[in-house]
Design a protein. Sequence first.
Length: 209
Amino acid sequence: MSKVVVFDHPLITHKVTLMRDYRTFNKDFRDLLEEISMLMTYEVTRDLPLEEVEIETPICKTKQKILAGRQIGVVPILRAGLGMVNGFLKIVPAAKVGHIGVYRDPETSKPIEYYCKLPVDVEQRDIVVVDPMLATGGSAIMAINFIKEHGVKNIKFMCLIAAPEGIEALQKAHPDVDIYIAAKDERLNEHNYIVPGLGDAGDRIFGTK
């Protein structure tokens, strides 16, 4: 079974609380999401392999370690996942970016795919799928299905807020995908919104409501 990492860093907890507040302006919401994504990426990439190289400092020659060249990709689930990409790229600027468009049918709550564009060498990369919210888990499951169909073997999922129902569903569908969460919330309500949550992340990022 995949591992679930729930962050307990005070800075992340503080910033998530600010994002939950309905009085937080769209610009501040976007900035906070980018900052949290950057902080989370630090931990998500903890297991990247290193290799030893020889360099020369102003003092002497020395053997030190750098990243071993494993290629990384980040795939946001549109549209809200776009808000997490810049934070990720500030930590891993060489990462390639793919896009998967999935929306939730308002009547059935089932995910519907409408767009998929991945790096041409995606099967050679470690992929981190990002989306602010993990509610029912349907969109994340569908997105990861698409990515696996392209031959990707190593996938992680990173989100801001998750409901227990979404975590369970994603683990059941993809037990090989580790899940990284800034905050684990109480439950889903009757409309499959996360409680206490923060509302519709896409609307709050882009100011569309």
